[in-house]
Ligand binder design. Structure first.
Ligand SMILES: O=C(O)c1ccccc1NCC(=O)[C@H](O)[C@H](O)COP(=O)(O)O
Length: 220
């Protein structure tokens, strides 16, 4: 059984990046989206990215970022993964995939079982789909990092056509249950590892990684 991949998202400081690496995270995420309390500028993300050993992958997260700004960010940060968290099209993902060595991940708000089927349109364009809680339909709501848990039952017995990961409201306390219940091959957490919006807690990062590592997935 392959080990569950662990992504710690929204890191902005050397201390928390180092803590994630030491705790066994496989992926570290940088949110480049000015509306987010976890936003990080390109040059700061590029510096933090340098702290990662080869075994830990950098994930650059953007939301409907235009092609020119995307190219500049990719050039400076050199992430292994680009996670798209907006309304990006299949065609845009395909273009990125066909013209780079990047892994392309697409975040999808999981509302109902139909969302899983509709997400299959990303097959061949996205290397991985990250199922997150659907964003709230209120002005100013962020498309991610909201600490909302999705209904894990929607994922039960679904035969995924694309590699996937689980996000949304994951914490050190619930991540083992999430892995056992859904069989998620990757877990992704952000606000559940914070002491205040945008402020990651080293102790929570360590506890999350330990709990995720120790969980026994029941994959189908
Ligand atoms: O984290 C943010 O602020 C953010 C803002 C805009 C789009 C996506 C964002 N985060 C995406 C992530 O990868 C989070 O890990 C994921 O949404 C789960 O967040 P949380 O429920 O807070 O663990």
């Amino acid at each position: 059984m392959p080990e569950t991949l662990i992504k710690i998202c929204g890191l902005t400081t050397p201390e928390t990046v180092d803590a994630a690496v030491e705790a066994g995270a496989t992926h570290v995420g940088f949110v480049h989206f000015p509306d987010s309390p976890r936003h990080i500028g390109i040059s700061d993300a590029a510096k933090l990215r340098q702290r990662l050993p080869k075994s830990v992958r950098a994930v650059l997260l953007t939301v409907n970022l235009d092609p020119k700004a995307t190219a500049l960010a990719l050039q400076a940060i050199e992430p292994e993964v680009l996670q798209l968290h907006g309304n990006e099209t299949v065609e845009w993902l395909q273009l990125l995939r066909d013209n780079s060595t990047l892994e392309i991940w697409k975040a999808v708000g999981l509302k109902d079982r139909g969302t899983l089927e509709r997400s299959e349109r990303f097959k061949g364009a996205a290397h991985r789909i990250i199922y997150d809680a659907a964003a709230q339909a209120v002005p100013g709501a962020l498309p991610g990092g909201n600490g909302l848990t999705l209904d894990w039952r929607l994922l039960l017995n679904y035969r995924h056509q694309v590699d996937w990961g689980l996000a949304g409201g994951l914490t050190p306390e619930n991540v083992a249950d999430a892995i056992r219940f859904t069989g998620a091959p990757l877990v992704d957490a952000s606000s559940g590892l914070e002491s205040a919006p945008g402020v990651k807690d080293v102790g929570k990062i360590k506890a999350f990684c330990a709990a995720a590592r120790d969980a026994q997935p029941a994959r189908v």
